[in-house]
Design a protein around this ligand. Structure first.
Ligand SMILES: Cc1cc2nc3c(=O)[nH]c(=O)nc-3n(C[C@H](O)[C@H](O)[C@H](O)COP(=O)(O)OP(=O)(O)OC[C@H]3O[C@@H](n4cnc5c(N)ncnc54)[C@H](O)[C@@H]3O)c2cc1C
Ligand SMILES: NC(=O)c1ccc[n+]([C@@H]2O[C@H](COP(=O)([O-])OP(=O)(O)OC[C@H]3O[C@@H](n4cnc5c(N)ncnc54)[C@H](O)[C@@H]3O)[C@@H](O)[C@H]2O)c1
Length: 481
């Protein structure tokens, strides 16, 4: 047994754990990071990067198809093998040497194995060779263990060797027929990717397609999926799934529909990676999400920080927002919090304060890489109303903007903004259309900076760009007399 003491011990070297460690080390603390699989986490090898690599070639090809001159230069079809090979490179061929080298260069100690809290400020790491290393933290332990795919209890499903997002992201061959259970972000993106790669895709979206985005955006994506040959079963769910000896998967829905597939992808949400973290040693329940306060300290069942506040959780595992960029934003705040607290300095947890992750509640940007892309930040009209805000929402046809019509023949898209009528600031923005991802950050800045609507009129979009949508939305909203 090896024993070591560090200022901070981080369990999980995904994007979030890496960034917490980086911030703490930059502030002069010593940090050990424990990782049981690959340094870089889900995002690098089985989520963000490989899935976007699977989608990118088809998106580029679609863009060319809408420009007659450029289209004339395209003489072949999409090459799935080349797409998969480029994806492999983006997943670093599932080796983490590059990220390990970065940890080394940053002065962060890597301890490989499964980390488990065994006592206050103590993490026991079990290596692949069953060796045990005990790490003691002078100041804090941070849980950044992320999340995994949740498999619903559908009779036969678990025995049918279903794909999760991991297999969908890392597949070495394109199935002839793919069934997708779940109409959320993973389901919609992977249906888009595999339909373009040549699979016959059937989707089951119990709560409708992309139920949390503005319906003008999800409706357009649903139409396009159908145009690409995807069969959509909305507002129903699987009753049973069975894989026969020949390998064919038979799916029966509760509405009586039956169909067959070669693979079945389960994309029905996430479960926290907290089964093996030793939560029982701090009075919490394994498999639960970790509830945190504004400084990301883990809360016990009585709602107060565990112990004297030595345990923190950041990223997917705290269930605030399951997105890499928000987890890394939490990590930056937490790194600074750990440095401040270990030096006896105060932390600023006021809204938008240096150590607060206020954007998690008010300005979360997301791009869904479907055809077309959906980019959104902050509230939808429905979520704003549910949050008790008095809002007015306006929409505009994106295809009618000069820059969009120039961008691609037959450009189809729509945008909407949600304005807080009491404060006269933007609280939500959604745009759907080809190549809209890069439009999003302007809206994120407007919401985070709480730019008054009156001042937004002075932010003039260049002509002829798709950004002119801003002017059209403001005109639709109307200017106060
Ligand atoms: C298919 C898919 C696509 C996605 N695409 C995007 C996208 O485009 N953009 C975006 O922003 N987000 C995307 N996400 C979400 C994103 O992947 C997560 O929000 C992000 O990975 C969370 O980072 P994390 O560091 O909290 O957790 P993870 O990335 O899950 O990392 C946690 C790490 O902890 C390790 N670990 C777990 N338990 C232990 C233990 N006991 N001991 C030691 N190590 C442990 C794991 O091995 C892992 O390396 C996607 C998710 C999926 C499933
Ligand atoms: N581009 C991106 O930013 C991106 C891409 C992929 C994933 N992610 C993140 O990863 C997380 C996980 O994505 P996800 O799609 O797995 O979860 P999700 O919560 O987005 O969607 C899951 C969907 O599954 C459906 N569902 C649940 N149980 C079901 C059942 N028994 N039968 C049929 N349908 C069922 C729900 O209606 C829901 O719409 C998300 O929070 C997302 O933010 C982000």
């Amino acid at each position: 047994m090896t024993e070591n003491t560090f200022d901070v011990v981080v369990i999980g070297a995904g994007p979030v754990g890496e960034n917490v460690a980086d911030g703490a080390v930059k502030g002069g603390l010593s940090v050990a990071v424990v990782e049981s699989e690959l340094v870089g986490g889900e995002c690098s090898y089985w989520a963000c990067m490989p899935t976007k690599a699977l989608l990118r070639d088809a998106a580029a090809l679609r863009a060319v198809r809408h420009l007659p001159g450029a289209n004339a230069a395209v003489t072949g079809e999409l090459d799935p093998a080349a797409v998969l090979a480029r994806r492999d490179a983006f997943a670093a061929h599932w080796h983490d040497d590059g990220q390990v080298a970065w940890l080394d260069s940053a002065g962060i100690e890597l301890v490989r194995g499964v980390g488990r809290i065994s006592a206050p400020r103590t993490v026991e790491v079990t290596g692949a060779d069953r060796s045990t290393t005990v790490l003691t933290a002078r100041h804090a332990v941070v849980v950044a263990t992320g999340s995994s795919a949740r498999i619903p209890r559908v009779p036969g499903l678990a025995d049918a060797a279903p794909w999760t997002s991991r297999e969908a992201a890392s597949a070495q061959a394109v199935p002839g027929r793919l069934a997708v259970i779940g109409g959320g972000v993973v389901g919609a993106e992977m249906a888009t990717a595999y339909a373009a790669l040549g699979s016959q895709v059937t989707m089951i979206a119990r709560d409708g397609l992309l139920p949390t985005v503005e319906s003008f955006a999800s409706d357009l994506v649903a139409e396009t999926l159908k145009a690409h040959g995807v069969t959509l079963h909305l507002r129903t769910e699987p009753e049973s799934v069975r894989r026969d000896e020949a390998g064919t998967v038979h799916v029966r829905l509760v509405d009586g529909t039956t169909f067959d597939a070669d693979e079945v992808l389960v994309a029905t949400g996430r479960t926290p990676n907290t089964a093996a973290v030793g939560l029982e040693h701090v009075g919490l329940t394994p498999d639960d999400w970790l509830r945190v306060d504004e400084s990301l300290r883990v809360l016990g069942s009585d709602g107060t920080p565990i112990g004297d506040g030595w345990l923190y959780a950041a990223g997917d595992v705290n269930h605030r927002v399951l997105l890499t960029h928000q987890g890394k934003y939490q990590a930056r705040a937490l790194g600074e919090t750990l440095v401040a607290r270990s030096g006896g300095e105060p932390v600023d947890l006021e809204p938008w304060g240096r150590h607060a992750a206020t954007a998690d509640d008010r300005a979360v940007p997301q791009v869904i890489f479907t055809d077309p892309e959906i980019a959104s930040v902050g509230h939808t009209a429905a979520s704003a109303a549910a949050a008790g805000l008095r809002v007015r929402a306006v929409e505009y046809d994106l295809g009618a903007v000069a820059g969009a019509s120039l961008h691609a023949d037959g450009y189809t898209g729509r945008a909407g903004m949600v304005v807080d009528e009491d404060r006269k600031v933007l609280v939500g923005f959604t745009v759907v259309g080809p190549d809209v991802a890069e439009l999003l950050h302007a809206a994120t800045i407007a919401i985070a900076a709480e730019v008054p609507i009156d001042r937004l009129w002075h932010a003039v979009p260049a002509y002829p760009t798709i950004s002119e949508i801003w002017l059209r939305l403001l005109e639709t909203y109307g200017r106060a007399a």
